[in-house]
Ligand binder design. Sequence first.
Ligand code: NDP
Length: 280
Amino acid sequence: LLVVGSIGAAFVAFQWSGPTLDPESLKGARVLVTGASAGIGEQMAYHLAGFGAQVVITARREKVLQQVVEKCQVLGAQKALYIAADMANPSDPERVVKFAVDKLGGLDYLVLNHIGPSPFAMWDGDVEHTRWLMQVNFLSYLQMAKTALPTLDQSKGSIVVVSSLLGKMCSPFVAPYTSTKFALNGFFGTLQHELAMQRSNVSITICILGLIDTDSAMEKVKGITNIQAWPASEAALHIITSGATQQTESYYPWFWYYGTLIRDWFPYFRDISIRYFYKY
Ligand code: NDP
């Protein structure tokens, strides 16, 4: 028992402290962040700017991107540029990566973070919405990864995929969204194996996030659940740290790692407690 307890405590301590970021490693790093006009992506842009990185940010709203870029310049970014794009448009993902590679002379990090809006409600039978969301939240990630892989291979760079606990566990009100996140975990988890087997220089980090207090998420869950939300700025720093230290998979907040580990031990109680958290 003592041995098992010590191993458990060591695991918890490791997850709690997590890997340490060397901010110098990000000075001048060439980073493309998607979904950076708001929420966690915007916070990532500010952290990266503070570390002196060269950032290209993208999302649909040009005016907002312009404001984020201006703030990045004030915070100390070596370079800060934006490109407006709609990931629902199948030609935009490639266009965005080409823009970033062209303007930065290569790429060290591709941070895939954007999501399209999706209702937080019982599934209403709308198949077309899920098809559309699959393009925005999933297929565009593949298109960007494919376009960036050769340049990332040259720079020994990384792809960072922002995923969710809802790509690991099923929960009510998010059927289309959760489908895209399960798909991401499956695809990029497989790609991790394949790149390792091919001895590729490119690393992939998959970040699993719990509920984060972004405006869009808080607006959705208001009045439906009281699950604690964690700060977007901390989540953003966690993602950057995980990518820069080449973690295969990371969890924020850290205890969800254990949540997913024991997920299937007591399925009946798991499902009862998940439903208990939502008002209907
Ligand atoms: P937000 O809704 O705050 O931001 C989404 C971003 O994506 C915005 O910059 C938005 O900008 C952009 N976007 C939306 N639609 C498109 C589109 N069609 N094409 C291009 N860009 C688009 O998201 P969060 O910050 O809350 O989430 C960020 C990531 O974290 C996501 O991958 C999400 O799944 C993950 N996550 C978030 C959690 C949370 O509770 N917040 C929990 C678990 C995971 P614009 O409107 O200008 O296009």
